[in-house]
Design a protein around this ligand. Structure first.
Ligand code: C2E
Ligand code: MG
Ligand code: MG
Ligand code: MG
Length: 286
């Protein structure tokens, strides 16, 4: 009886696997047409200075409006693209679009996400430089966001790539910091401008002492290496206060501003500041 049940489970499991593989294929197929069908766009989310809330840059975040699946999260389709060569076409499209947009802003940088496969592509630096030069955008207005996974597999080569990029004036940010495998001493080897503290730690700050301790350690590490430290996923005013006190230099999150279409980002960029968080200014209370 147990054996028969076991076989039944295996069958159910296998069918579920087949189903998920089919779904992956369909998504892959849809994605491969998304560029030419005009279904992709970028949203931009402000990154602001801790005290003044002045916008120093915007992160470009890919959006896919699929006729079949609706708006699908990049957290879902990027990994699928990453497993095929599609990631390169998507990445090229993202870079072109981000470069066109950053040109319209008065001075902020655009922060572009690159997945590990993009980063490790043959001649990544050469192609990037060529595209940025052709666009006429100064490299210091382009920030390259990569994760720890992208650089720690082949640390020597990654260190060399980052060094070259930084020499040419690009900004480099380590994304989702704290969730990967970086050994803290290794961080010194990489030419970086910015650490982005993963949202999960910001989210945990109010609840667990460990999250708070991790945020403080990252801020400390970043500052002692002369890096900017951006807190990701800031959702409350209490978090803003805590992060200011901890010495985090920059903030990003729904509480400051959500990712938005290019038209809206331009208006904000021209205004230079995000709306002040909802607090009483000192002395205005009745
Ligand atoms: P990420 O690079 O860590 O981007 C931050 C994510 O957090 C974004 O999700 C953003 O919308 C979300 N976020 C920002 N503030 C808050 C907040 O206060 N609360 C919460 N809950 N979330 C917040 P999104 O846009 O869904 O992107 C997910 C991931 O997909 C990105 O994580 C990045 O790894 C990847 N991705 C997005 N666009 C691109 C792209 O153009 N190329 C590549 N290679 N990956 C991309
Ligand atoms: Mg990012
Ligand atoms: Mg991130
Ligand atoms: Mg993330």
């Amino acid at each position: 009886e147990a054996k028969r049940q076991g076989r039944g489970l295996v069958r159910v499991f296998t069918e579920a696997m087949d189903e998920s593989i089919r779904l992956r294929r369909r998504i892959e197929d849809g994605l491969s047409h998304a560029i030419t069908a005009g279904e992709l766009k970028l949203h931009y989310q402000p990154i602001v200075a801790r005290e003044s809330l002045e916008i120093t840059g915007f992160e470009a975040l890919l959006r896919w409006q699929s006729p079949e699946y609706g708006t699908m999260s990049p957290a879902l389709f990027i990994p699928i693209a990453e497993e095929s060569n599609l990631i390169h076409d998507l990445g090229d499209w993202v870079l072109e679009a981000a470069l066109e947009t950053v040109k319209t802003w008065p001075g902020q940088y655009v922060s572009v996400n690159f997945s590990p496969r993009q980063f490790r592509r043959q001649n990544f630096v050469g192609q990037l430089v060529e595209r940025v030069q052709r666009s006429g955008v100064a490299p210091n207005r382009v920030q390259i966001e990569i994760t720890e996974t992208a650089i720690f597999d082949d640390a020597e080569r990654a260190a060399d790539t980052l060094y070259r990029l930084r020499q040419m004036g690009f900004r480099i940010a380590l994304d989702d910091f704290g969730t990967g495998y970086s050994s803290l001493t290794n961080i010194r080897k990489f030419a970086l401008d910015c650490l982005k503290v993963d949202r999960s730690f910001i989210d945990g700050m109010g609840r667990e002492r460990t999250s708070m301790a991790i945020v403080q350690s990252i801020v400390h590490l970043g500052r002692s290496l002369g890096l900017e430290v951006v807190a990701e996923g800031v959702e409350t005013e209490a978090q803003v206060d805590t992060l200011r006190a901890a010495g985090c230099s920059h903030l990003q999150g729904y509480h400051l501003a959500r990712p938005m279409p290019a038209e809206d980002a331009l208006l904000l960029a021209e205004r230079r500041f995000v709306r002040a968080p909802i607090t009483e200014a000192p002395g205005t209370a009745a």
